[in-house]
Design a binder for this molecule. Structure first.
Ligand code: HEC
Ligand code: HEC
Length: 367
């Protein structure tokens, strides 16, 4: 009996000692990074195996701004995705390592946490985690290998600390690099534009902005407001982020003149020629030039396209949602907005500018 008690006490002491010992060596689990999302936004996409933590986001931010990710240490993700331009670069086509000119216009990284599919202009990537390796390996962008990235990061003491804080030990792996970058990118939420304030009842739009909003979201058949012809934009640029996340052809070129096949490169289907992602128009005032090839320098030129130059007919894949009427079989046609209406749509587009987003210190380079 006595022996039993002693044994129990011994066992208890042994385990409690062991426990405290383990605790001493244990690295505390990194604190969660809480993403603040407005109620009127679409569903946020966070993979179960890559929940954002403060340390993970901090690591991702370092990686995003680190030129070591490129072959010759001259270019970071942030070189083509500049915060001041809502994470675009102001160029028609991006410039990569060695001054090589890329194939497409840099995309904004605002609110990508809400994009469920179709990353890139041609939709070829499925998630942020999956996307980040493309620019590292692309010969016209960072032109690097993952072996070189791993080699450089493993020889950097600062990264040993950053990886340990984020993932519990010093192992530096491809998956951890891509996950951390994705964690940082998910924090790039833009939700404080005039339009957001309007949606929250904190801002009254001017008459011009309100006319633009109505025109933007209303179909030309005037279903919603019979007296008003619409600009038809919201059929594709749907919802509070102005995108339905799909790939469509918005009538820029006839099929025979298309230089970049877009979705056709991914699916091989002729019917997908010239289809590109319907992008969010958040911060559009700051992300010129426009379209996948940066062909339009101003929003006025964009509106001119939709109002007057939409191409359609048997030699185009122009989307049915470019139809100016809901009736099936009707031909796509130009919008015929008056100059005043065009100005109003542009005034609405400018309410999507979020100056807090482009100046937020937590999105700046840590270097
Ligand atoms: C040389 C310029 C350049 C560099 C460097 C670069 N990007 Fe990009 N980024 C682009 C271009 C151009 C596109 C559009 C490419 C396409 O659609 O084919 C793009 C697209 C993206 C997209 C897709 C956005 C969307 O809406 O689908 C993400 C995300 C992205 N880049 C993140 C990154 C990250 C992360 C890095 C660093 C690892 C990076 N980029 C480095 C130019 C660049
Ligand atoms: C049929 C669907 C559709 C409709 C309707 C539509 N768009 Fe688009 N929009 C797109 C697609 C697809 C793209 C990308 C096209 C490309 O780059 O080739 C785009 C691109 C844009 C861009 C450039 C985005 C960037 O980052 O470069 C702007 C601005 C824009 N649209 C505004 C509008 C406005 C304003 C309207 C209404 C007058 C409108 N769109 C109507 C599908 C549509």
């Amino acid at each position: 009996m006595k022996l039993n008690i002693i044994l129990i006490i011994f066992v208890f002491l042994f385990f409690s000692c062991e426990k405290t010992q383990v605790k001493k060596e244990e690295i505390p689990a990194p604190e969660d990074y809480v993403l603040v999302v407005p109620s009127y936004f679409p569903k946020i996409i966070i993979p179960d195996d890559n929940k954002p933590t403060k340390a993970g986001v901090a690591l991702g931010r370092h990686l995003f701004y680190d030129k070591k990710l490129s072959k010759d240490n001259t270019i970071s993700c942030g070189s083509c995705h500049l915060q001041q331009f809502a994470f675009t670069d102001g160029l028609a086509k991006s410039v990569g390592v060695g001054g090589k000119i890329g194939k497409r216009n840099a995309m904004s990284l605002a609110n990508l946490a809400f994009l469920p599919k179709n990353f890139f202009w041609d939709g070829r990537s499925i998630s942020l985690e999956h996307q980040a390796i493309f620019p590292i390996l692309d010969s016209l962008e960072m032109n690097n290998t993952m072996d070189d990235v791993l080699f450089k990061l493993k020889n950097d003491n600062n990264y040993r600390t950053l990886f340990t804080n984020a993932f519990g030990n010093t192992d530096i792996t491809n998956a951890r690099i891509l996950n951390a970058i994705a964690q940082f990118e998910r924090t790039l939420i833009s939700s404080n534009s005039k339009y957001d304030k309007f949606l929250r009842g904190e801002y009254t739009m001017t008459a011009e902005e309100k006319l633009g909003l109505d025109l933007f979201y209303i179909h030309p058949d005037g279903n919603e407001i019979p007296a008003l012809r619409g600009a038809n934009c919201g059929d594709c640029h749907a919802g509070t982020l102005q995108t339905d996340f799909n790939l469509r052809n918005n009538g820029l070129d006839l099929n025979q003149n298309i230089k970049d096949a877009g979705l056709q490169k991914v699916t091989g289907l002729a019917s997908d020629k010239g289809k590109f992602r319907v992008v969010s128009l958040r911060n559009i005032e700051l992300t010129a030039p426009y379209m996948h090839d940066g062909r339009f320098k101003t929003l006025e030129e964009v509106l001119e396209h939709y109002n007057e130059h939409v191409l359609f007919g048997s030699s185009s894949n122009t989307d049915v949602l470019m139809l100016a009427s809901n009736s099936p079989g009707s031909l796509p046609q130009n919008l015929n907005l008056s100059p005043k209406e065009v100005k109003a749509v542009i005034a609405f587009l400018k309410t999507l500018t979020d100056t807090e987003f482009v100046t937020n210190p937590s999105f700046k380079s840590p270097f």
